[in-house]
Design a binder for this molecule. Structure first.
Ligand code: FES
Length: 187
């Protein structure tokens, strides 16, 4: 969504959602993370202008919002693909080939980790433990689909499936990350 410095990026509805968290936290600063999730759910990224508007709302500096954003590494600043998929590189996945699976996926898609395919369909990233080690080497899409144990062939199949789009177009992702009870493995 385009915005300029005179047009607020965050609508009143988004601001109200953020404000609703304030009484539930010990300080406005502590609302930074929920605010980032709210903005991310709406735009699927947190552009610089949104960052400054969150800062203004919470009476902190944009740099403080940015610090929280970079600490979690979860909030992209630019729009991402229709589906975002993380391939795990933590211990259980690393020793079963997680790095190789990420490399294979990137090669197949012609992107580097963190990038989006030119058709805007898929963003592929590495992740630390996704909480689905039983599926190692594992991947998780931001609509909640779990993939694994991966092989190069299964990565190819995963890509084909994911390029068809999210299972729920209105997908939000927060509750899916690190789920201890994956519903099923797709591949
Ligand atoms: S180490 Fe990869 S999901 Fe836990």
């Amino acid at each position: 969504m385009a915005a300029d410095s005179t047009t607020p990026m965050l609508s009143e509805a988004i601001r109200d959602k953020i404000r609703a968290f304030i009484p539930r936290y010990p300080s406005k600063r502590a609302v930074t993370l929920p605010a980032l999730h709210i903005v991310h759910e709406y735009f699927r990224c947190v552009p610089y202008q949104a960052m400054t508007e969150i800062a203004e709302l919470l009476e902190i500096t944009p740099a403080e919002v940015h610090d929280t954003m970079s600490f979690y590494g979860f909030f992209p600043q630019a729009p991402i693909g229709d589906v975002r998929v993380w391939i795990c590189r933590s211990l259980s996945c690393m020793i079963t080939g997680g790095d190789e699976m990420l490399e294979h996926a990137c090669k197949k898609l012609g992107v580097r980790s963190g990038q989006t395919t030119p058709d805007g369909k898929l963003t592929v990233e590495f992740a630390e433990c996704l909480g689905i080690c039983d599926f190692a080497p594992a991947a998780l899409a931001d609509d909640g689909r779990i993939f694994g144990p991966l092989t190069p062939e299964k990565v190819d199949a995963m890509i084909e499936v994911l390029k068809k789009g999210p299972v729920d177009p209105s997908h939000g992702m927060n509750s899916q990350i690190g789920s201890q009870e994956p519903a099923s493995s797709e591949v």
